[in-house]
Ligand binder design. Sequence first.
Ligand SMILES: NC(=O)c1ccc[n+]([C@@H]2O[C@H](COP(=O)([O-])OP(=O)(O)OC[C@H]3O[C@@H](n4cnc5c(N)ncnc54)[C@H](O)[C@@H]3O)[C@@H](O)[C@H]2O)c1
Length: 442
Amino acid sequence: MKAERIGNNRIEKGEGKAQTIGVVGLGYVGLPVAIGFSKQYKVIGFDVDKQKIDLLKKHNDITREISKEELAASDIYFTSDQTDLSLCDYIIVAVPTPINEHNEPDLRYLIAASETVGRNLAGGATIVYESTVYPGATEEICIPVLEKTSGLKSGKDFFVAYSPERINPGDRQHTFQQIEKIVAAQNEAVLEKVAALYQSVIEAPIYKAESIKVGETAKVLENTQRDINIALMNELAMICERVGIDTFDVLEAAGTKWNFLPFTPGLVGGHCIGVDPYYLIHKAKVVGYTPVFLEAARKINDSMAGFVHRTVLDDIIRFKYDLEKLTITVMGITFKENVPDTRNSKALEIVQMLLDDGLSVNIYDPVANPEEVENELGISLTERKNLQPADILLVLVPHQEFLTMTAKEISGFVKKDRALVFDLKNIWRNHQLPSFINRKTL
Ligand SMILES: NC(=O)c1ccc[n+]([C@@H]2O[C@H](COP(=O)([O-])OP(=O)(O)OC[C@H]3O[C@@H](n4cnc5c(N)ncnc54)[C@H](O)[C@@H]3O)[C@@H](O)[C@H]2O)c1
């Protein structure tokens, strides 16, 4: 057990815990992974964000994925001292892999994390990348960085595996333990070892992929498939709007066929579905293929915020609202339901467009962190109790709290003479709303 080797008592021996697992990057992915392993292994959780480490030491997770109680019950050693990684038998890397302003892969975090791991790598250790990357990135980018910074040889002095993460923030059913996990590695022996490691903490089966490239491609495909299917529904929504019919009525009718897939139109933001396809697009182009279908889907989904904004403006004109007096309430500004994350939020993009139009907009979001939104985005959130009845109510994100609102509560958010409720995801379809409310969906 490598944790035994230190003499300064900073890291205690994991009683009965045979191996030490390091997790690099303690965000939406890394923290649940660290918690999952900590039940059976000594875990060292490393992050460059010192403030995050301080909060985690006090059992506070800003992503809200892990409760205070769970953090308090775990004995994870949280640290921003990279030399602690030299104590690990396995190091799992879960740092961000975003895109740059040209929609190309931005591997800065992954390279920096690989340098950190390489500099502090103990001989014989195994590094498992969980970050989403394009096919080939682990072997073409990460391994050379590890070798250069460690002076060790991959496959001989240290070992590399890839295990894409499928965690779905805000989803309490599909958790780290319950999701079938793909594992891939640079050779058969490492594959068996890493598969056994994950199987020891995961209840769902482990799928051993043919190669690291297959594992990398499978992950980006999963999110690309969702992107394309949502894009198809979004294109349908744009057609239905022109035809003058409700998209969700069409989907309900078509959904009666046994093999119709239940996708719905919506805003695709965040850092997975809206990002990962660009990783596949990048690799396709590198190998000399222009993926027309993938690029079209990205273009459609990226245009949806503009489409919703334009639809709202059309209605403002159609219903002859007095712009001076018009008030709009927006419910939900995070990138998806039940998570506080506002990064690359398309709902936020719509809010910004309405504010740029000079319209009066009040925003309510029960999940977003008000201080963070104020500090980082310069937007103030309104508390639910302070919301005044508005002319237009836009429900952009289907947070749990909105799903359970009654027709009476919804009516209280709008003016009593005439009001427009833009129920983007059709969450209030079963409500009998009063006749002064005109409810629209995407
Ligand atoms: N969030 C999801 O839903 C999800 C699901 C599956 C896969 N993924 C993938 O997992 C990876 C991580 O995503 P996330 O959502 O957890 O990101 P995140 O932004 O929530 O967390 C990443 C953490 O890494 C830390 N970090 C950045 N650079 C570092 C470095 N050099 N060394 C140590 N720590 C560093 C950050 O401070 C942050 O705490 C990405 O590749 C993402 O595509 C995300």
